[in-house]
Design a protein. Structure first.
Length: 129
């Protein structure tokens, strides 16, 4: 093979070799662009994951605060109920003492018809026991 035939073949193949080079260059630039887009997408996903983790943490904190608030409200409600029952029991005891004092204070004539103990022939199993 002579140099002349080599160069002739090279000149004939040059357009296709140039096209292939351009194609390879285009493929390289496309690959670089795809890699850059993939990196940007990964960074965006990483940022989303971080924001989701932050949201989960804040949600957990809010739930904990809500639970504490419910517990304190429940404790306050029970304390108020306890105070109310104490006041009621004290009032009931005072009424009972007043009723007993009123019954024991009576002196003199008593009506057998209108009295608390009933009239003639009245039997109370608790009082007469």
């Amino acid at each position: 093979m002579s140099w002349e035939s080599f160069f002739t073949g090279l000149i004939k193949a040059a357009p296709s070799l140039l096209y292939m080079g351009a194609t390879y260059e285009g493929m390289r630039s496309q690959r670089k662009a795809a890699d850059a887009a993939r990196r940007q997408q990964e960074e965006a996903l990483k940022a989303q994951r971080l924001s989701l983790e932050d949201q989960r943490k804040s949600l957990a904190e809010m739930q904990a605060e809500s639970a504490k608030a419910r517990e304190t409200a429940e404790a306050q409600r029970k304390e108020e109920e306890k105070k109310v029952t104490e006041v009621k029991s004290e009032a009931k005891q005072e009424r009972l003492e007043e009723d007993v004092a009123r019954i024991k204070r009576r002196r003199g004539r008593k009506s057998l018809v209108t009295g608390q103990k009933g009239g003639l022939g009245f039997f109370d199993q608790y009082f007469n026991a």
